[in-house]
Write a protein that binds this ligand. Structure first.
Ligand code: UDP
Ligand code: MG
Length: 313
């Protein structure tokens, strides 16, 4: 079975045509399918339209959030509800073409866990395209995963890959990386992209500033989430060492009879020592927290933690 997951936020003008295009293509895949619409707190007629689709079509399931929560959360919720062996995501705004699904699905069936659409000829505002290109390049350089287009809405996942994701905030932009570091295979396939015909993009220029802190979170999660002491310990240790070094130097000249109480360097050394200690112990506390969370796991929770590819039933 194949599950289609569609996040929807105020897409009343597109939904009818989107459903029509999608249901035109899905029977050609010659497999059982279900369509999960996750309405992300729309304030227009989207929910009403989706409800009427669900009434007509047994393959359609609709979930609606009480308020706008975010694309990441809508996707994650859809993944949790999905029953399919393969899970397809698409945006509801008609920018991703359902006719492209089979290309990605073939790739997934050939053994790739996450197949990303690559909008080789992307038709969005040029400002957004430049930002997106810079983002993709930065990710490539920082993490070495060679994907042209991290954020295309059209993706196909194996069930395990989709269900491993717990996205929030703007983490949906990092899906290829988040799955790759868990050991899932990731690849891309060039897809057709259409300009937005109705409504407007929900993500404006401001996403750049909002995403920069996320980039740090991602970097930290990937490199240090399981060993924060390596990050905080090294920074804290360095600060402490510098502070102590200055302090020793000041002590020596103090013993030689010079007064040091009013010297700016004295305060710098105290600050470095305090800052260093604090940073070091922040890392220590983070390590303790990880230790507690790992030792109190049930066997089911542990299964989620280890990247199991196969186990006998
Ligand atoms: N979306 C959502 N919640 C949000 C913002 C967007 O579910 O808070 C959905 C939206 O309805 C669309 C998809 O996510 O189906 C992508 O949004 P959009 O087209 O605005 O993004 P862009 O293509 O401009 O990156
Ligand atoms: Mg769009």
């Amino acid at each position: 079975m194949i599950t289609i997951v569609v996040p929807v936020f105020n897409e009343e003008e597109s939904l009818g045509a989107f459903y029509h295009e999608l249901t035109h293509v899905l029977p050609t895949l010659k497999e059982k399918y279900e369509i999960i619409f996750v309405d992300d707190g729309s304030t227009d007629l989207s929910l009403k339209l989706l409800q009427s689709l669900a009434q007509k079509d047994k393959a359609v399931r609709v979930y609606s959030f009480r308020r706008n929560t975010g694309k990441s959360e809508a996707l994650t919720f859809g993944f949790l509800q999905a029953k399919g062996d393969y899970i397809v995501t698409l945006d509801a705004d008609l920018q991703d073409k359902p006719t492209e699904i089979h290309k990605l699905l073939d790739r997934a069936k050939a053994g790739v866990d996450v197949v990303c659409g690559w909008r080789a000829n992307r038709l969005d505002a040029s400002k957004m395209k430049i930002i997106s290109r810079m983002f993709n390049l930065l990710m490539d350089k920082m993490f070495g995963l060679h994907i042209h287009d991290y954020n295309c809405g059209l993706k196909v996942y194996t069930r395990d890959a989709a269900k491993s994701l717990r996205l929030y905030g703007s983490l949906h932009r990092f899906i290829p990386l988040l799955t790759a570091v868990q050991g899932f295979t990731v690849d891309e396939v060039a897809v057709v992209h259409e300009p937005r015909k109705f409504g407007k993009s929900k993500f404006g220029f401001s996403k750049v500033w909002k995403d920069l802190p996320d980039l740090f979170t991602i970097f930290f999660l990937i490199k240090y989430a399981k060993r924060p002491m390596h990050f905080f310990g090294i920074i804290g240790g360095l600060l402490l060492l510098m502070g102590a070094g200055i302090f020793v130097y000041l002590s020596i000249i103090w013993m030689m009879g010079e007064s040091i109480g009013g010297r700016p360097l004295f305060f710098v050394s105290i600050l470095l020592i305090l800052g260093g200690l604090q940073t070091f112990f922040t890392g220590f506390l983070a390590d303790l927290m990880i230790n507690i969370s790992q030792t109190n796991q049930t066997s089911d929770q542990a299964k989620n933690r280890f990247p199991l590819k196969f186990s006998t039933p």
